[in-house]
Write a protein that binds this ligand. Structure first.
Ligand code: LRH
Length: 476
């Protein structure tokens, strides 16, 4: 009499994981079944996805899940947005999928024949130089043979769904919106933009919504892993869409702040907010589950702390971990240092200590010298952005935001939560840490008729999570 288990396959910037979710005693429980390291590989001088390794690890992870649970009911895949693979009509990949942090799109946005404002009017997607549209433009420019050869554009979760089912050949809606080519009003590919850019229309597939079934697990894979041919569910396959689905938002006065490699700060709305003001603030309108919109801003996030840890460990004798960084930030004597997290220096910062020093020096702050000073420069930069963005959101919404829900790995960082509450002067509610896995799992339960609406999903998540509250203290 084992409960039904749904598997979330979530690929993040440093690791991929399979998380099992099951419903028991009116709560949803999660268990990490399998984890592997996910690092970009260099192919032809480009930072790429190690997709073969990911498939291999996924297969191992499925085996681990099947030896642990007897009643596996479904699986759903989510990863970060933007990245894709082009395939020919026999499903052969034309290239190794490239990671958006590769710098091949530098200078590309200026080359497009369409001004950004026209994109924004239709798609509501914020400008980031590595949005799919710029990556595609660069790929077609560098490889003119793609105009003939490319038959399918699959985002990474679409590609994994194809791998799992052997048949699914669709573009999941939430991840497709990160392309900057989905019309926010029709919720479908914008044919006019695609035509103006000269991309072959055939590569853009039919859209599949979160909560639909992409197909069944391939028989051979089912046999190999010992799992039945279970449904592969199309969840909010953009990890941010799953994360927002998994936050127990209370009202339209609640904002969210997803603290992963990126910090994503925003609100959920029923319709897009595309105005001159939202354009000025470069707020995005990504597609959410249940036809919602994720009006938010991307701020470079814990990626900065991850790079700091890596960089510091390379140059020092005592290996440090995140608690050491937090302690060093608390103890830093000179606390005025501050960086701009979205500065191009920090987008793929392999030498972040030098980059922070250089940024502070050229901004007349002096030069930070200790781990604590580097760390405080990051904390100050992040939280300063959070408070700016809350103001921007309030301005476009025309009403105040009352609470900020912090989720994701960074929401466990009490220092980050408290400074955020202090600087924004808003109540911060932290948790659940695993909101994207929960959002992924609950969309599977919805697809399998175990849950019936987004509010039911959020009520269940609220019942199941331990939340912490940080009240703002008055800062001088
Ligand atoms: C967060 C995220 C974000 C994207 C970025 C590339 O993981 O998916 O929403 O914009 O990665």
């Amino acid at each position: 009499n084992q409960p039904k288990v749904n598997l979330a396959f979530d690929i993040g910037a440093s690791s991929g994981r399979i998380i099992a979710g099951f419903y028991q005693n009116n709560k949803i429980h999660t268990e990490e079944v399998y984890r592997f390291k996910n690092e970009p590989i260099i192919v032809n001088n480009k930072r790429c996805w190690d997709l073969k390794e990911i498939y291999h690890q996924l297969t191992l992870g499925l085996k681990a899940a099947s030896s642990r649970y007897r009643n596996i009911a479904s699986i759903g895949v989510d990863t970060w947005g933007l990245d894709y693979c082009l395939l020919d009509d026999e499903m052969n990949p034309l290239h190794t999928p490239i990671n958006y942090r590769d710098d091949r799109t530098e200078g590309i946005p200026e080359e497009l024949p369409i001004p950004f404002e026209s994109f924004y009017d239709k798609t509501g997607i914020q400008f980031m130089r590595f949005n799919t549209v710029y990556q595609l433009y660069s790929d077609f420019k560098e490889n003119p043979d793609y105009y003939q050869k490319a038959a399918h554009l699959l985002f990474i979760p679409d590609l994994i769904n194809h791998f799992l089912t052997g048949s699914s050949l669709m573009n999941e809606y939430t991840v497709a919106t990160t392309s900057q080519l989905i019309n926010a009003y029709t919720k479908n590919w914008d044919d006019e933009l695609i035509e103006q850019l000269g991309f072959p229309k055939r590569i853009f597939k039919d859209i599949i919504s979160p909560g639909e079934t992409a197909g069944l697990l391939r028989h051979d894979l089912a046999e190999e892993t010992g799992i039945k041919p279970i449904p592969v569910i199309s969840v909010g396959s953009h990890d941010t869409a799953s994360a927002v689905a998994g936050i127990p938002l209370r009202s339209k006065e609640s904002a969210y702040l997803i603290c992963g490699s990126w910090s994503l700060i925003g609100i959920e709305t029923e319709s897009p907010i595309i105005t001159p003001e939202s354009l000025t603030y470069n707020l995005t309108n990504e597609g959410g589950v249940f036809n919602t919109f994720r009006v938010l801003k991307n701020i470079n996030g814990t990626y900065l702390l991850q790079q700091l840890k890596k960089c510091y460990n390379k140059s020092s004798h005592d290996a440090i971990d995140f608690p050491d960084i937090i302690q060093a930030a608390k103890d830093a004597v000179n606390r005025h240092f501050i960086i701009e997290p979205n500065h191009s220096l920090f987008m793929s910062s392999d030498h972040i200590i030098n980059d922070i020093r250089e940024y502070c020096r050229s901004n007349k702050q002096g030069i930070p010298n200790t781990l604590g000073e580097y760390a405080i420069a990051i904390y100050n930069g992040l939280t300063n952005e959070f408070s700016q963005q809350i103001k921007h959101l309030e301005a476009v919404l025309n009403h105040p935001i009352e609470t900020i829900h912090m989720v994701g790995g960074g929401s466990q960082d009490q220092l980050l939560c408290q400074i955020t509450a202090d600087l924004t002067q808003k109540k911060v509610i932290s948790g659940p840490v695993e909101s994207s896995a929960l959002g992924n799992i609950c969309m599977q339960m919805y697809a399998l008729n175990q849950l019936s609406s987004l509010s039911e999903i959020r009520q269940l998540i609220l019942n199941s999570s331990h939340l912490n509250v940080y009240e703002p203290t008055l800062t001088t």
